[in-house]
Design a protein around this ligand. Structure first.
Ligand SMILES: CC(C)(COP(=O)(O)OP(=O)(O)OC[C@H]1O[C@@H](n2cnc3c(N)ncnc32)[C@H](O)[C@@H]1OP(=O)(O)O)[C@@H](O)C(=O)NCCC(=O)NCCS
Length: 244
């Protein structure tokens, strides 16, 4: 189970690319590559969220180190795999947020209810987010990502946990697609170190033929036509996936 923790940067040596996060009196080392916006820079004293992951030396270090906006409402969230007895929760969430069990990504229908899934939970057990994913060749594809409470770090926590699943499986990359109107999701991905891998022109137009409930106009009246593919290259074992 990946637990997203909140701490403060206690020290950071930009030249060596090494720092320490302090959290509840504990200190966790981190490497500059763990800073999720890819900047390799963070100020001492900055509030950050992070996940503990194994380091090369077999100990734990902070990864997915994410700078928090001043006054952030973030609270600690744990992310764990969905249990077998929670399948009805997955089905209900997909129904409510995606209009059914089938989502269309890159022009292909996917039965998201049959996929592996991660759930975000607060300390008192309240479920606050769901991510479904699948592994194909050496990539992990995030198929759906939903935060039930906006702007409290749930989307970031789920994304960081999926990154950990992919990293610990030695996969090459994590990727996902979103439509061009989803500025909130695009902002999330770009500030968490993902990069644009490719643009699938007219993928949303094709998707509408499979799932007519997909609207013609999205948020802000932006036409739903194209899908943007974002990726986080983890550089695990094996060659990069074939293009296309
Ligand atoms: C996209 C989604 C998962 C984000 O989850 P969230 O829990 O609100 O996200 P977080 O609180 O972890 O992170 C918010 C980040 O989004 C970005 N963001 C938020 N609002 C934004 C906006 N209006 N414009 C650009 N970026 C924005 C910022 O980078 C922000 O980070 P910051 O708080 O450090 O500044 C959530 O909005 C959601 O469930 N949307 C509906 C389903 C969906 O669209 N899923 C993704 C498509 S696959």
């Amino acid at each position: 189970m990946a637990r997203v923790l909140i701490g403060v940067v206690g020290s950071y040596d930009e030249r060596r690319g090494l720092g320490l996060v302090e959290q509840d009196g504990r200190q966790h080392p981190f490497h500059c590559t763990a800073i999720s916006d890819g900047s390799r820079r963070v100020e001492v004293g900055a509030a950050v969220s992070f996940v503990l992951g194994p380091s090369h030396g077999g100990r734990h270090e902070a990864v997915a180190v994410t700078k928090l906006a001043p006054g952030s409402r973030r609270t600690a969230v744990a992310v764990r795999p969905v249990r077998a007895d929670e399948r009805s929760f997955v089905t209900a969430t997909l129904e409510q947020r995606w209009g059914g069990q089938v989502v269309v990504a890159r022009g292909f229908p996917v039965h998201a209810d049959a996929l592996d899934a991660l759930v975000a939970v607060r300390d008192w057990g309240e479920r606050v987010g769901l991510l479904t994913y699948r592994v194909d060749r050496n990539s992990l594809e995030v198929v759906t990502l939903d935060a039930f409470v906006p702007g409290e770090g749930v989307g970031s926590a789920l994304l960081a946990a999926a990154g950990e699943v992919a990293r610990s499986a030695g996969l090459w990359r994590l990727f996902l697609v979103t439509t061009t109107d989803n500025l909130r999701a695009i902002g999330l991905y770009l500030t968490r170190g993902l990069r644009i891998a490719t643009v699938h022109q007219n993928a949303a137009t094709f998707a509408r033929e499979i799932k007519p409930s997909i609207p013609v106009l999205g948020h802000f009246g932006i036409p739903l036509q194209d899908e943007v593919e974002f990726e986080l290259v983890l550089g695990g074992e094996g060659p990069p996936p074939r293009a296309g």
